[in-house]
Design a protein around this ligand. Structure first.
Ligand code: BGC
Length: 751
């Protein structure tokens, strides 16, 4: 395999610059601080193909869409995160000629994302006529001061003759989304002056909020300011200087970025922008960088995973954790985790079931419980939207959306919008998962019980009773495997519906009388739910002893993935949609997703039969797939398979497995790296309030170790060829279980 980026433990680095890899490099070198993020596009204009993108968490736009306008019940708009005003723009002129890497002759190219410190650097030497200049760029989005973006550029004259250099630095509101349906500009400038710009998103027909964002730049430079030009959409400041041989010029651009999400009025927003700008002007570049790096050091200290003996695997997991930390660190309960984080436009930066099914298990293990609780609260606060979604389908209760910013469904493909309702069960499962892991019942007995009740009301109305079979069924759904649409009795969906009803009934028995009164579930309603639990149809094949993905699945032409010619993979880029739907190929875990969720509820035989049957049919063309199979494979002691699937999830973007990293990174596969190692290789589970492990060491690895947060403790787990070692890093003593045997962790214990 030809790799674009080198394999290094803490870096994503390349010395190669090729126009055809530009978008991919931009995705791979994205930065973020949870509040905002950006692709690794160049500071200066680039006339070749590129996908510039800066995104502000929670700043979105309801884009009109015509899909399905003639059928009732369709969402009115597609919500998407929009390209923010470009505040990093900095152009350079060398003796009057504009720097443009699409056209210029360059050498000594280096592009390097430092994962440890979350800093992106780029350097090269450009030759223009008889001038030769070395450029060194550096940028970071501060985690110590979330509103702060910092860029530094150093330029050195390597030629013997003096060179005139101009830096034209702007804040530019002339930006668009590549995926805009109507080629709209989303920003209207409200205020613009010498070094700041305040813009508001354009009005929309849907009553969703408009956002204001403000950016203010300050500069530290060895050059002289020679001009300032303010136009309708852009404020540009020009600095100029002459460099003799070996002379060096520098410019630092610090931008404060504020949004109306944090301020009641534009006056407050502007005042804060001014304040923050003057506060940071007291600090040197190094001080700003150190404050930022210190926070990153703490994060790594708490959750780094070290793998010895396999550099690819090591880089994979660090890149994964980096991707998660840049996207979300739980600081703002109003935000969620978009499938591409801040690395691209695809999936619109919106909230998907990915959060509950994939991010929740990881955040439980790497941060304090409040972070995950915030993710659960996010759904509770969006219950009103979920009622609307159910009503649109003529159903009772709450249907959480497949894609949303505010609780209202904003995805417009009928087979997903209306049919991919398993998500409602996954959201219920996350409540259980949180409670099981943390032992904290405060959510489930209050807000959670409301969410569960309303989801259960939806399920009870969505099922129908088949007189012929004397069983409840769910027709017309799409399971997690989106390569099958409009199927009847998807095992995953039916299982989750039944489980949710059962779990809700259990929770209702535990809530305080006042809460029960408020939930108002009558005995009749409870009896109905119990009846559904008792008589839910779950497709099963006796001969194969497997749970059947849906009613018609076994009638397909069940040829394994290995029979597909290699040049036709991934099938979603080579086959028509119709051919995919007719095929038996599974995009991502469907039956296996439920087996992963409830891994201890199935017998070893059941897991084995289902894994052996479904895995050969799975193409893993979703980033939500490999990790799930990896955990089940590890549980079955299929070590080789488990490791192969780990590599696929952890290096999905680094190796561009699905050939779509150009669009942005896959945040969900990044959660998969952690899930595969901790739940897969280390076999971590929580059962009846007990934390347990069944670790194994992948053959290629010499050792691995990780830290995990559990009920007020930080625990270190290390596995090598001598066995497994457990250490209590902080917190109260704890009894755990290793390979079925009790172990008490006092401090510095090993087994
Ligand atoms: C997957 C969905 C997922 C979405 C966003 C799709 O390709 O099939 O399960 O929610 O991507 O990651």
């Amino acid at each position: 395999m030809k790799r674009i980026f080198e394999v290094q433990p803490w870096n994503v680095e390349t010395h190669e610059f090729k126009a055809e890899n530009k978008r991919l490099q931009e995705s791979m070198t994205s930065l973020g601080n949870g509040y905002m993020g950006m692709r690794g596009f160049f500071d200066e204009d680039y006339s070749g193909d590129s996908l510039p993108g800066i995104y502000l968490g929670g700043v979105w736009y309801p884009d009109k869409t015509r899909v399905g306008w003639w059928k009732n019940g369709y969402p009115k708009y597609f919500g998407k995160v929009i390209n923010a005003v470009n505040f990093i723009k900095m152009n350079f002129e060398i003796n009057g000629s504009k720097l443009d890497l699409a056209k210029d002759t360059i050498s000594d190219f280096d592009l390097n994302l430092d994962l440890k410190n979350a800093v992106l650097t780029r350097s090269f030497v450009v030759t223009k006529g008889d001038s030769k200049i070395q450029f060194d760029f550096e940028r970071f989005l501060s985690v110590a001061q979330k509103e702060l973006s910092v860029q530094k550029v150093i330029f050195k004259n390597l030629s013997s003759n003096p060179v005139d250099i101009k830096v034209i630095s702007s804040i530019d509101a002339n930006v668009k989304n590549e995926d805009a349906n109507y080629d709209e500009h989303f920003w209207e400038v409200r205020h613009i002056d010498e070094n700041s710009l305040v813009a508001e998103t354009t009005a929309n027909d849907f009553g969703t909020p408009r956002f204001t964002s403000g950016m203010q730049a300050t500069y530290v430079t060895s050059f002289e300011q020679v001009n300032n030009e303010v136009t309708d959409l852009e404020t540009a400041t020009t600095f100029s200087g002459k460099l003799n041989e070996n002379e060096v010029g520098t410019i630092e651009k610090r931008v404060i970025v504020v949004t109306s999400r944090d301020y009641d009025s534009t006056a407050d927003l502007t005042a804060s922008m001014n304040n923050l700008s003057s506060t940071i002007s007291d600090s040197s570049y190094d001080q700003l960088l150190t404050a930022h790096s210190n926070v990153w050091a703490e994060r790594w200290q708490q959750s780094d995973i070290q793998i010895m003996g396999d550099d690819e695997a090591q880089q994979g997991i660090r890149f994964n954790l980096f991707g998660l930390f840049t996207t979300y660190y739980g600081d703002d309960a109003r935000l969620n985790i978009g499938p591409k984080g801040f690395t691209g436009e695809k999936y619109g930066g919106a909230t998907y079931w990915d959060t509950e099914a994939f991010a929740v298990p990881v955040y439980l293990g790497i941060t304090k419980p409040e972070v995950t609780k915030n993710l659960l609260m996010y759904r509770y606060k969006q219950l009103d939207g979920a009622y609307v979604n159910a009503q649109e389908q003529g159903l009772k209760g709450a249907l959480y959306p497949m894609v949303t910013f505010n609780g209202i469904e904003c995805h417009n493909e009928w087979e997903i919008t209306f049919e991919e309702i398993h998500r409602n069960g996954d959201i219920a499962f996350a409540i259980y998962n949180y409670t099981r892991y943390t032992g904290d019942k405060s959510y489930v007995l209050h807000e959670g019980s409301k969410v569960l009740t309303e989801i259960s009301r939806f399920w009870a109305d969505r099922v129908h009773f088949s007189q012929r079979n004397n069983q409840y069924m769910i027709h017309g759904v799409t399971g997690p495997d989106e390569y099958e649409n409009n199927v009847d009795n998807n095992w995953n969906t039916n299982y989750l519906a039944r489980w949710t009803l059962e779990y809700t009934l259990k929770v209702l028995n535990e809530v305080a009388p006042e809460q029960a009164k408020q939930l108002n579930v009558s005995d009749e309603e409870k009896a109905k739910w119990q009846d559904i639990v008792d008589r839910m149809y779950l497709p099963y094949d006796k001969d194969l002893d497997i749970f059947v993905q849906h009613d018609g699945f076994l009638d397909k032409d069940l040829q394994p993935v290995s029979s597909i010619p290699a040049d036709q993979l991934p099938i979603n880029q080579h086959w028509s949609w119709d051919k995919i739907l007719r095929s038996p190929y599974i995009k991502q875990g469907d039956v296996l997703q439920v087996m992963y969720d409830f891994i201890d509820s199935f017998t070893e035989e059941e897991k084995k039969h289902n894994f052996d049957f479904y895995e050969p049919l799975t193409v893993h063309e979703s980033s939500l797939s490999a990790a799930i199979y990896s955990v089940v494979a590890a549980d079955l002691h299929y070590e080789k398979k488990a490791v192969e699937l780990y590599e696929r999830t952890a290096r999905l973007d680094l190796d561009n497995y699905n050939n779509d990293t150009v669009d942005g990174l896959h945040i969900t596969s990044m959660t998969g790296g952690w899930i595969s190692i901790v739940q897969g290789f280390a076999g971590m589970r929580v059962h009846d309030d007990t934390l347990s492990y069944k670790p194994f060491l992948p053959q290629k690895w010499n050792s691995y170790s990780f830290r995990q947060v559990f009920r007020g403790r930080v625990i270190e787990v290390a596995v090598d060829n001598k066995g497994s070692h457990f250490k209590l890093i902080s917190g109260e003593p704890l009894n755990i279980e290793v390979d079925g045997k009790p172990l008490s962790l006092e401090s510095l214990q090993t087994n």
